[in-house]
Design a protein around this ligand. Structure first.
Ligand code: HEC
Ligand code: HEC
Length: 245
């Protein structure tokens, strides 16, 4: 049975098998669970977090918590984490400081063509390895379209995406030597966000406490009066300022 609905796999995003600083690493993550998450408004274990990535980032199905595959993933992450301090430096991705304006999709397309298309392809579908019959192994993973992450994935939020891209893309980039400027990253993230991708059902139930909803969550409902479009493409500063009040 295949659990992934896309041509992505975990390490399409969790760079270097989950060992890269600010490349969504897993080293030191085990200690931080169970953890409260606003999207579900509850404290949950790492299995539930992994299933979040299965159903959204991989556009796939939930995996039973008791299954051997789930246990193997939890064990791998634990093995990477076990000798690390509780608050290890470099988890997730760095906070991204974007410009205080609406992102420019047209400009983002130019950035994509210049910096990303050579690997991720004209149609954003990436390239699959022929040797595995396209069974999930990629040379470069899909950034949009039927084979990519769905609209409920963290990667589909502009600031989350920009923060990942700024510190990790083009392939080989490290967080303290970004290759693409903040402005260009902001716009290319908007370009990716503007593209069609699989749609997840039930997203209106995310964030039971709406006031905890991430400012860049591109799907409604919202606790504030800002438009869906502004939540998708910015400017985000006015939304953040309103939240602080
Ligand atoms: C499309 C990119 C993508 C893919 C593919 C993906 N993830 Fe994630 N994952 C993320 C992002 C982005 C976050 C954190 C941001 C957030 O909170 O939404 C995350 C968070 C996590 C976390 C929590 C990390 C932490 O520091 O708390 C774990 C564990 C995890 N993913 C495991 C997995 C596993 C296992 C798979 C494969 C079954 C997977 N992910 C596939 C993007 C991805
Ligand atoms: C040299 C080839 C190359 C270039 C250029 C490149 N990427 Fe990637 N990208 C990859 C590979 C390969 C992965 C999968 C991660 C891995 O194998 O370590 C990836 C993963 C990603 C992911 C997470 C997985 C997914 O499918 O969503 C995003 C988002 C992404 N790239 C965006 C970009 C953007 C935006 C640019 C341009 C600024 C870019 N990449 C340039 C090769 C490249």
């Amino acid at each position: 049975m295949r659990f992934s609905g896309s041509t992505l796999n975990c390490i399409s995003c969790h760079q270097n098998n989950g060992t890269k600083q600010f490349g969504l690493p897993w080293m030191g993550v085990s200690q931080t669970y169970p953890q409260y998450r606003g999207r579900e408004d509850k404290v949950a274990g790492i299995e539930e977090r992994i299933n979040g990535c299965f159903t959204r980032s991989l556009n796939g199905k939930m995996m039973a918590v008791e299954s051997n595959e789930m246990k193997a993933m939890v064990a791998y992450i634990y093995w990477l984490s076990k000798d690390k301090p509780k608050d290890v430096y470099g988890l997730l991705t760095p906070k991204f400081e974007g410009p205080n304006r609406k992102a420019d999709i047209k400009k983002g397309e130019e950035v994509y063509n210049g910096f990303c298309m050579s690997c991720h392809g004209v149609n954003g579908d990436g390239y699959q390895s022929m040797s595995t019959g396209g069974s999930g192994s990629h040379v470069a993973p899909a950034l949009w379209g039927a084979n990519s992450y769905n609209n409920g994935a963290g990667m589909n939020r502009l600031l989350t995406n920009a923060s990942f891209v700024h510190s990790n893309m083009p392939l080989g980039t490290v967080w303290n030597h970004p290759a693409v400027t903040n402005e260009d990253t902001y716009d290319v993230a908007a370009y990716l966000s503007s593209k069609e991708r699989p749609r997840m059902n039930g997203l209106e139930k995310d964030y039971p406490k709406l006031e905890k909803k991430a400012v860049d969550c591109p799907y409604p409902p919202y606790a504030d009066k800002f438009s869906q479009e502004q939540h998708q493409y910015g400017p985000f500063q006015p939304i953040m300022d309103a939240q602080k009040k």
